[in-house]
Design a protein around this ligand. Structure first.
Ligand code: INI
Length: 154
């Protein structure tokens, strides 16, 4: 039997983080969590690039450019969509989830979905470094695991 498992180490890989400025009080925490996690698993500053975009809808186009450019081994997408009083929530969630999935599939570069989709601000806070951990750090773990795994599968 052959079994493949990606190591949870940054290795020599380069990581791009795309982060949305909308709900920055949450996404800033996700970004800190992701950077801290990469660094504590061995990443140096020159292995990490951070790219800010206006909102979650714009994450996809930046992620596609980064994933398709051949420079990064994984792209971590961070955003926070919080249900408001309008129907906008559904459209933003749908677009960003489908878009990131498509980039992942079309480029073959692990493109990690670290976008919170929450009913309330409280739920978002809980996932941005309090009760439920930090979704940015979890996304960074997935990025490292996938970068290492794909190298094994080469
Ligand atoms: N963008 C978010 O990242 N989170 C949200 O909760 C949100 N809501 O609710 O509207 C949001 N909207 C902006 C959107 O992502 C685009 O930036 C905007 O529509 C311009 O294209």
């Amino acid at each position: 039997m052959k079994e493949f498992k990606g190591q949870l180490v940054a290795g020599k890989f380069r990581y791009a983080i795309v982060v949305s400025r909308f709900n920055e009080f949450i996404t800033g925490k996700l970004l800190s969590g992701a950077i801290d996690c990469l660094q504590r698993h061995g990443a140096k500053d020159d292995q990490i690039a951070v790219v800010w975009v206006p909102g979650s809808i714009e994450i996809t186009v930046a992620a596609k450019k980064l994933a398709g450019g051949g420079k990064y081994h994984a792209v971590i997408c961070l955003g926070a969509v919080i249900r408001g009083q309008t129907g906008h929530y559904e459209y933003v969630c749908q677009q960003v989830s489908r878009g990131i999935g498509q980039v992942n599939y079309e480029t073959g570069v692990p493109t990690i979905f670290g976008v919170l989709t929450c009913e309330t601000i409280e739920q978002a806070i809980e996932r941005a470094g309090s009760k439920q951990g930090n979704a940015g750090a979890s996304a960074a773990m997935s990025a490292m695991e996938m970068a290492n795994l794909l190298e094994q599968l080469d």
